[in-house]
Design a protein around this ligand. Structure first.
Ligand code: PRP
Length: 217
């Protein structure tokens, strides 16, 4: 049997805002990422055969999909995406990077209506949150620029990520309710976790010790 597939660990990396911190964390954990693993790169796969590693550079929202289907053994992904995608993967470690939170926001002079419209990139999270609050809302799915919705009358409120708070501020919106804190996580494919347990455990321990030290990445 060709064992090479068992020797290589494939890691799905999210392009975008998490990417820089995630690659730095891996470097600190002694994972030698090739120089061409960069956010600007147009390459979608990069391999480091001497380290037995291969990287997939993908959209953050797709990381759990690659991992669930086993084309990536591991992935780095925000808790927001994990909650929204609800994929069948193991969440191994809170990496503590890219901290932000999920919030309900709206115009400061917003007054309650019976069934408010809520615009969001996260319909599952929004649905669940308002159900738990016992509030009936109409969720409108958008793919970005969610803060525009209350300004032009598409929605009464939004559910979105707040990081620095700048996007809300610059659009005259105010945070109304805090839903949950978000950080990036290390996730694993269920079969890989058994078949490649030694390598995954090794990487997990290296990353966990960097995270424990708590030095800023
Ligand atoms: C995210 C989020 C907010 C913004 C929050 O959007 O959806 O719009 O960042 O960050 P801040 O609090 O630091 O301003 P992203 O940049 O991913 O763009 P998009 O919504 O257009 O996809």
């Amino acid at each position: 049997m060709d064992m090479s597939a068992f020797d290589t660990l494939t890691i799905a990396m999210p392009k975008g805002r998490i990417f820089g911190e995630a690659t730095e964390l891996l470097r600190q954990a002694g994972v030698p990422l090739p120089a061409d693993v960069s956010e600007d790169s147009r390459k979608l796969t990069v391999s480091a055969p001497e380290a037995g590693l291969s990287f997939l550079l993908v959209k953050p929202v797709d990381v759990p999909t690659y991992v669930e289907h086993g084309v990536a053994d591991l992935g780095v992904v925000g808790k927001d995406v994990l909650l929204e995608e609800a994929r069948d993967v193991y969440e191994l470690l809170d990496l503590g990077i890219s901290p932000c939170h999920m919030a309900v926001a709206g115009l400061p002079d917003w007054s309650p209506v019976l069934h408010p419209k809520v615009a969001t990139k996260y319909p599952r999270i929004a649905d669940r949150y308002f159900r738990e609050q016992g509030q009936q809302v109409e969720v409108i799915k958008l793919n970005g620029s969610v803060e525009l919705a209350p300004l032009i009358g598409l929605a009464d409120r939004i559910v979105d990520i707040v990081s620095t708070g700048r996007t809300l501020k610059e659009n005259g919106l105010t945070e109304l309710e805090h839903i949950t804190d978000i950080t990036s996580r290390l996730i694993a494919n269920r079969a890989s976790y058994r078949l490649k347990s030694g390598r995954i455990q090794d990487l997990y321990e290296k990353l966990a010790s960097v995270v424990e030290k708590g030095e800023p990445v």
